[in-house]
Structure formats: structure tokens, C-alpha cells
Design a protein around this ligand. Sequence first.
Ligand SMILES: Cc1cc2nc3c(=O)[nH]c(=O)nc-3n(C[C@H](O)[C@H](O)[C@H](O)COP(=O)(O)OP(=O)(O)OC[C@H]3O[C@@H](n4cnc5c(N)ncnc54)[C@H](O)[C@@H]3O)c2cc1C
Length: 289
Amino acid sequence: MYDCAIIGTGPAGLEAALTLKARNKNFILIGSNLSSEKVYKAHEIKNYLGLPNILGNDFQNAFLNHIKLMDINITNDMIIQIYDMGDYYALQGKEEMYEAKSIIIATGVKMEKPYIGENELLGNGISYCATCDAQLYKNKDIITIVDSADELDEVNFLSEVVSNLKLIPLYDNNLENRCNIEVVNEKPVEIKKVDKKRVLITDKNEYSVDGIFILRKSVPLSYLLYGIEMDGSHIKVDRLMKTNLRGVFAAGDIVGKPYQYIKAAGEGNVAAISVVSFLDELRRNKNEN
Ligand SMILES: Cc1cc2nc3c(=O)[nH]c(=O)nc-3n(C[C@H](O)[C@H](O)[C@H](O)COP(=O)(O)OP(=O)(O)OC[C@H]3O[C@@H](n4cnc5c(N)ncnc54)[C@H](O)[C@@H]3O)c2cc1C
């Protein structure tokens, strides 16, 4: 059981980790051990205090070296869903399950929009994790939409379990049909439920299947943590980075504009200090009871 789980390894998540480390907390930092593609893909950064004209790659190295110096590890995983267990949270990762008394959500924002009908069918014939849900579709027909070649291992795993798999890769590819995988180079538009089937409508066809897997680098927030209060497409927080849920804090792009490194890092620091206060309060309450 960790004191805190930090989800996301961009400037917000990394800064939160530095602060929790300095405050001697037992935490886990979950995300990518490359930090964030919004860091290393930036060309030249000119607006970060003390680091004029730094290239994205050098910025990434500076971040990763700093957390290494502080002896902080990144757990390379993606959190699919968080469950409120009453006095702690259980986090379902693609690789493992984690438990923590508090959470900092620092997942950044994804610009891509959900497909028409996707939000309405969340958790109802639409899945974001092959490892978690493949067995539900044993010997059934599914469609899998992937946004990068990184997801192909998951596709192969799914193909071993299901009966037929249609694969829609949303990137330049030269994939060929094989075994029970049929490659469909079309653009998904809408998802519907028709009787017991899910129907995917693309720019060219309609496919009726038992389930649809959408394997992206992020999952919709409403799916990630049920009941979290939003302000448009951002998580609603106060000045202490507190959300409406007890023990859940958020920082960085996910809580709103401006989308800037320095703001994200600053909010990561505030969120971590709020976690420290929250943990102190938990301990005080426990001692009193
Ligand atoms: C090309 C480009 C150039 C930019 N240039 C500048 C600039 O010059 N100056 C500036 O101030 N800002 C710039 N920005 C904006 C800046 O990148 C963002 O404001 C900043 O990265 C936000 O940090 P963050 O930590 O909130 O999120 P991100 O940096 O987006 O990091 C979020 C991390 O969380 C991970 N994640 C997401 N979901 C999950 C999950 N479920 N489980 C585990 N991990 C997850 C992501 O993979 C990612 O690694 C630029 C952005 C881009 C795209």
C-alpha cells in the first residue's frame, strides 16, 4: 500500500515525485520511463526559467537525470481504471494492480476526440486494455483500433484469445492479414449498440462485432476514475490541486490551460504538498480513533 500513486511522468508528475521524495513519502510513479512525448518531441524550449533555448531531448534528459539523482524509479505502466475502495484506491494497470491511499493524476491532455457514441458505451462492449479484458471475448469477434505500432503486442495477444479480429491501425502501416487478423485501413467514425452487438461505422463500412478494443496511449478520464468532477475537458481542482474526491489530486495540463511546462511542474509541486497534508490528516484521525 503506497502513500500516493502518481499517474503520469511529464513535468507535473515528475515534480510531484521529487516533492514527495523530499518529504520522505512512500509513493509509486507510474507512466513512461521516457517521461512524456510532449517533452522530448518539443523542438526548442525558450520559456522555462533558468534553461533558455533548451532542446526537447536535452530537457527530457535533464528531467530524467534529476529523478535518477533523487533515486526515484518510474514504473512503466499505463493505468486503465481506478477503483475507490473506501479508505484507499486500487489502480488497474496494463501490467499490474497497485494500491494507494492517495492519487495525483498528471496524465496531460490528449487532443483526439472520442468517437461518436464512445462515451455512452464506456465499459459496455468497449475496452481499453487487452490484458484486462481479453478473456471476456474468448472465441468472439472483435475489432481493435490502435493508434501506434506500440500496441501490436496487445493485438497479437488478443488474436490468441478471440475467434476473429479486425485490426484498424490509425498510422501509416504495411501490415498484412494473417491467421485470424484482418487489417482494415479505414477511419472509425461512430460506435453503436444494436441488440447484443456493437457496431463500428467507418468512413467506408459498418462492422457488427461482439466487442471493440480501443488501444490508445491514454484512456478517457470518465473511464479512468468514476465520479471525478470535470470542468469541460479538464479535471476541476481548487488552488491546492484537490479534486472533488477524497485523497485525489490533479496537476498539469489535465487541470486546464495554459498548457506550459512551468505551470505543470509548479502544480505538481502543489499537489504533492497537498498530499502530504492529506496523509498527516489521515494519521491524526487514525490516532484519535
Ligand atoms: C510539440 C510541443 C511543444 C511544446 N512546447 C512547449 C514550450 O516550448 N513551452 C511550454 O511551456 N510548453 C510547451 N508545450 C506544452 C507542454 O508540453 C505541456 O504543457 C506539458 O508537457 C504538460 O505536462 P504534464 O505533466 O501535465 O503532461 P504531459 O507532459 O502530457 O505528460 C503526461 C504523461 O502521462 C502519461 N499518461 C497519460 N495517461 C496515463 C495513464 N493512464 N497511465 C500512466 N501514464 C499516463 C503520458 O503518456 C505522459 O507521459 C509543448 C507541447 C507540445 C506537444
